[in-house]
Design a protein around this ligand. Structure first.
Ligand code: HEC
Length: 241
């Protein structure tokens, strides 16, 4: 019986993953996880537009500055909610209060790049659209009835949904039209979001660069070690054969 339940779960799991994606295909995030300048730009956008509500409680300011190569002045400019470089990155609004206002949990984003993935984040932050039926006036293609305002609307503008009927007669959003223009062009906005996602990817796994470098040397070691032990084996068995 246990085996049966397990088998059902395992077959059903990929289905859940697709369902969680909100049904639209994800755009691949154009990020280079070794690009520290992109991540530093993302950090700036984060502090300006996201820190009001979302903490990054597993990241410390000084660690971030060291990893991303920020100068003392650059770091100071980013430290909006704290004075001590050794502090973790906490949100500006008291979380309990904010959650009461928004009527929903406001998640810490330290690990969101790992739980959701960069492509999800990149798509999510670019698919808000005007929806007068929602309390905040916006909705999201990927996160239906989202409780978060479109905080980057000044930059992106506000898109309008183009609704059509699918083969079952249900209304579906075919695409998003430009609607209200923002300060940035589409290409500039995509770049800003990519930098932000790159920053969140770094926060999710600060040692990624090191791990990938280490991985290379571990593999190189294994190859060399294999060569040596093979030579040794040949040497030992020469007399036997
Ligand atoms: C005014 C408060 C506020 C600001 C500012 C804000 N958010 Fe949110 N965010 C929320 C709330 C509330 C939710 C929960 C939405 C829900 O559950 O419906 C949320 C959810 C999210 C989620 C989904 C997390 C998950 O896994 O479910 C992501 C990702 C996110 N926010 C990213 C950002 C980014 C990036 C910024 C900055 C550009 C930002 N948020 C700015 C309030 C905010």
């Amino acid at each position: 019986m246990k085996k049966l339940i397990l088998a059902i779960l395992v077959t059903a799991l990929p289905g859940f993953a697709v369902a969680a994606g909100g049904g639209i295909p994800l755009d691949s995030a154009p990020i280079d996880t070794g690009d520290r300048e992109s991540q530093a730009r993302g950090a700036q956008t984060y502090m300006q537009y996201c820190l009001g509500c979302h903490s990054l409680k597993y990241m410390r300011y000084n660690r971030m500055a060291e990893d991303l190569g920020l100068s003392d002045e650059q770091l100071k400019a980013l430290m909006i909610t704290s004075e001590k470089p050794g502090d973790t990155i906490l949100n500006a609004m008291p979380t309990a209060q904010a959650e009461q206002w928004f009527g929903t949990k406001i998640p810490d984003l330290s690990l969101v790049a790992r739980s959701r993935g960069s492509d999800w984040l990149y798509t999510y932050l670019r698919t808000f659209y005007a929806d007068p039926k929602r309390p905040l006036g916006v909705n999201n293609l990927l996160f239906k009835d989202v409780g978060m305002p479109h905080v980057l609307w000044e930059l992106q503008g506000l898109k309008n949904p183009v609704v059509t009927k699918n083969e079952h007669g249900q209304e579906v959003i075919e695409r998003l039209d430009p609607g209200l223009p923002g300060q940035l062009s589409d290409a500039q906005y995509d770049q800003t979001v990519a930098d932000l996602v790159n920053f969140l990817d770094y926060v999710g796994e600060p040692i990624k660069q090191k791990r990938e470098r280490l991985g290379f040397w571990v593999l190189a070691f294994l190859v060399i070690f294999f060569g040596l032990s093979y030579a040794l084996k040949k040497e030992y068995w020469r007399d036997v054969h």
